[in-house]
Design a protein around this ligand. Sequence first.
Ligand code: GDP
Ligand code: MN
Length: 395
Amino acid sequence: MDIHEYQAKEMLKQFGVNVPRGGIAYSPEQAVYRSSELSGDRFVVKAQIHSGARGKAGGVKLCSTEDEIAEAAQWMLGRRLVTHQTGPQGKLVNRLYIEEATDIAQEIYLGFVMDRKLERVVVVASAEGGMEIEEIAENEPDSIIRSVVDPAVGMQAFQAREIAFSLGLEASLIAQASKTIMGCYKMIEETDAAMLEINPLVVTGGGEIMALDAKVSFDPNALFRHPKISELRDKSQEDPRETFASDRGLNYIGLEGNIGCIVNGAGLAMATLDVIKMAGGEPANFLDVGGGASPERVLKSFKAVLNDKNVEAILVNIFAGINRCDWIAEGVIMAVKELDLEMPLVVRLSGTNVEEGRKIIAESGLNIATAETLAEAAELVVAAWRNSTQLAEAS
Ligand code: GDP
Ligand code: MN
């Protein structure tokens, strides 16, 4: 789960990390008022959306006058800001963060990620901040410092100092920088964050270390331990199709195509997307119904898939191990009847209770196409989708 920049900064502050002073605004008028509460004569108006790269998309504006602040706020609020991380539909800006502008002497990249293979938090840092980490990795790979934290003892002061020295910071900044790194790690540990990225962490003209941007995301499996953090969830920043599915315990990821997919197992779901593409179609989603799916769960999956108005055909692909094909078949029939499904539907069942499952579908008298193999199923659904769209165009 992601949170907004200003929320991340508030948290960082509690862990001893320096951040600029700022305030939240929901209107141009409020934005101007917030700036009047701050000191200095330059301010930054920042769109609060769950995405990086806002700067390049016009979501971060340096302003010197009240008019400039109001104008920037007017432009950002209510806009769907499109960055290269949001997808073409962008993300809605409905709040702004107004900050005192910082005089930047140096920009540093500082990230903390959970390395699944090492099962450790890894600190990634570079003195070439300002760029995104992917760009740094491409342009200045040698500048990247990596440091693995041993969870048994946590981040140690010497380790934080080592990172600070590797960044080439002046001696007078080492203590501040290591305090920042220690603070970040403590925050990750105490909040079960899965990722924390400060880009840029800056050295100011006055010789201070400050987090100018902050992105953090939390492990959803640990949120039950952090009710205060759970409350920071902002559904306006999520894909509504994904919110609908995750609220119902389904593993769903929205895609851009029009063939809905209901599959069991993440691996088979990915393979299904590939095979649909090979057959000339475009998948609308990734959906893993999980193991032991009841007919009701299959019905919920249909609802999640149909929640996407671009869906024009559906492929159900089940390789049942702990699943039961008869339950899946019952769920499919329940869905077709309850949801008045009229679009092409192809079902491929294999594994546990496959004969019962196929029988249930065959005897239902409903218009459901069946297939033996995944390749055949994909060909069928793509052909059926083509036919139905041609029919729709002709009529
Ligand atoms: P992002 O584009 O979403 O990563 O947003 P950031 O918060 O990182 O802002 C983008 C860029 O704007 C930063 O990398 C800085 O170069 C610049 N910027 C942000 N805040 C300030 C500020 O207070 N002063 C100055 N001079 N530049 C800033
Ligand atoms: Mn940034």
